[in-house]
Design a binder for this molecule. Structure first.
Ligand code: NAD
Length: 454
């Protein structure tokens, strides 16, 4: 059997299973989500070990950014699923007197989830929770760049579910391409903007609905009134977690020129207090995923003026938390999403210059703004379009199940987490239930022309 044949067989088995209507039972879905939770609990140490091997994630980071988020999502969805899944009655228009409007959430069918390598556990399992909660069958395609986590996801799925309900298919672009040729009912993709376009093109051939969770350069504005020490700590946390390989990491800093020096000094202090004087010797400091990415990032180290870090160890794929000052928009580090532990600093004198510069580029996945001035907050939030973000913090918007998480424009389309995941993986079927007690004749054509209105 070729890879294509075995992929086609999985999709066909899942579609057959879906049509048995078992996944439409809410109790079945809750039972399966409970099984998934038990499997994660049983595999917690294995997940930490795999994340350590693939990305040198510390236990603390693995728990807070990968495993803990999955537990939170599972509990929140299990708690609320019955309420979300109920058919909802809506208001009736005056023209529809006597009838009842209903919205029935229904699963699409078989969903494909393609995951990236940077949070290889969470970004495969969180969408899976949404897909199953909504009553779909699912195929997960984890990233080939994190082979230990990828193998573990497959093993856990195989021991927890029948493949006709949930399956994991490992491999790189060829396997993804073959999966995308299948008659799927939903595609949920997380990865780069470049591959997002390929996925959407493939989906368009069969008009399969898609969610695209993509990347981009997320700005971080530090205004002149910001509490600089606190801002620096929160920015260092967002920038250097997972060695900067976070889709919503602050990509670059736009700091008011009056406070730049003080801010850089606090940023250096925060880096040293988090990772020590020699981060490359810190056993818990994350590594770069591959040599290709390491070399790409190393190429940016001579941009601007080096203010902190800059040392690297190629054999261990380590790059120090680095601060690059005197950066201008035309430098290579500003051309693409950095996705590594390098923090370029740009300045502005008037806020509108910063806003104009951001708006001249593709809509970012995240935006962070540090200021206590509410007029400044209102101005930036109403002038810039971005996926989501924080005022006076970084990353934390993605860790709450109450906020939708997703991009806009080149940073993606659609959103998920909590109830938004349920909606993403459900088709909202609208039905008008008409009364037979009376009938308005004026809507019918009449051989006399205007009928009853005449
Ligand atoms: P990627 O686009 O290279 O790969 C993502 C997935 O797509 C992998 O599973 C890969 O095997 C598959 N793939 C690669 N080439 C393909 C092709 N030609 N056809 C079909 N599938 C293909 O992304 P990556 O390097 O794994 O992740 C980094 C990117 O993902 C960054 O841009 C980052 O910002 C983005 N990202 C976004 C989010 C989000 O939630 N918005 C989260 C994490 C990462």
């Amino acid at each position: 059997m070729t890879v294509n044949d075995s992929i086609a067989a999985i999709v066909s088995a899942q579609q057959h299973f879906f049509h048995k209507d078992i996944t439409k039972e809410i109790d079945f879905r809750l039972q399966q989500l409970g099984k998934l939770r038990q499997a994660v609990i049983a595999r917690e140490n294995d997940i930490m070990e795999a994340l350590r091997k693939d990305l040198n994630k510390s236990e603390q980071e693995a728990f807070s950014t990968e495993i803990g988020i999955v537990y939170k999502e599972l509990s929140f969805i299990i708690k609320n699923l019955k309420r979300w899944a109920k058919p909802k009655r809506v208001k009736t228009a005056l023209t529809h007197v006597g009838s009842k409007g209903m919205v029935y959430p229904e699963p699409y069918g078989t969903a494909l989830i393609i995951a990236p390598w940077n949070y290889p556990w969470q970004l495969a399992i969180s969408p899976l929770i949404g897909a199953l909660a909504a009553g779909n069958t699912a195929i997960v395609k984890p990233s080939e760049l994190t082979p230990n986590v990828s193998r573990l996801i497959t093993a856990m799925i195989e021991e927890t579910f029948d493949p006709e309900y949930v399956a994991s298919v490992e491999g790189g672009p060829e396997v993804s391409t073959s999966l995308l040729e299948q008659p799927l009912d939903y595609i949920f993709f997380t990865g780069s903007t470049h591959v997002g376009k390929i996925v959407m093109e493939a989906a368009a051939k069969q008009l399969t609905p898609v969610t695209l969770e993509l990347g981009g350069k997320s700005p971080c504005i530090v205004h002149e009134d910001a509490p600089l020490a606190l801002a620096a700590s929160r920015i260092a946390f967002g920038k250097y977690t997972n060695a900067g390989q976070t889709c919503v990491a602050p990509d670059y800093i736009l700091v008011h020129s009056q406070v730049k020096e003080k801010f850089i000094s606090h940023l250096k202090d925060a880096i040293t207090s988090f990772y020590g004087k020699e981060p490359l010797a810190n056993p818990d400091y994350g590594r770069i995923v591959s040599e290709k990415h390491f070399d790409r990032l190393s190429g940016f180290l001579n941009n601007g003026t080096l203010r902190h870090g800059g040392n690297t160890l190629r054999d261990r794929l380590l790059i120090e938390p680095t601060v690059l000052d005197d950066i201008t928009w035309d430098m290579p580090v500003m051309e693409e999403e950095i996705f590594g532990p390098l923090c370029p600093i740009l300045t502005y004198d008037h806020l509108h210059e910063a806003v104009q510069a951001i708006n001249a580029r593709p809509k970012p996945l995240a935006l962070y703004l540090f200021t206590e001035n509410e007029d400044v907050q209102d101005y930036v939030l109403s002038s810039v379009s971005f996926g989501g973000g924080c005022v006076n913090d970084t990353l934390m918007h993605l860790a709450t199940p109450f906020l939708p998480f997703g991009g806009v424009g080149e940073s993606g389309m659609g959103s998920y987490h909590g109830e938004y995941s349920f909606h993403t993986f459900s088709h909202m079927k609208s039905v008008l239930k008409q009364t037979n007690r009376f009938d308005f004749k004026f809507r019918y054509p009449s051989k006399n022309g205007l009928g009853i209105l005449k």
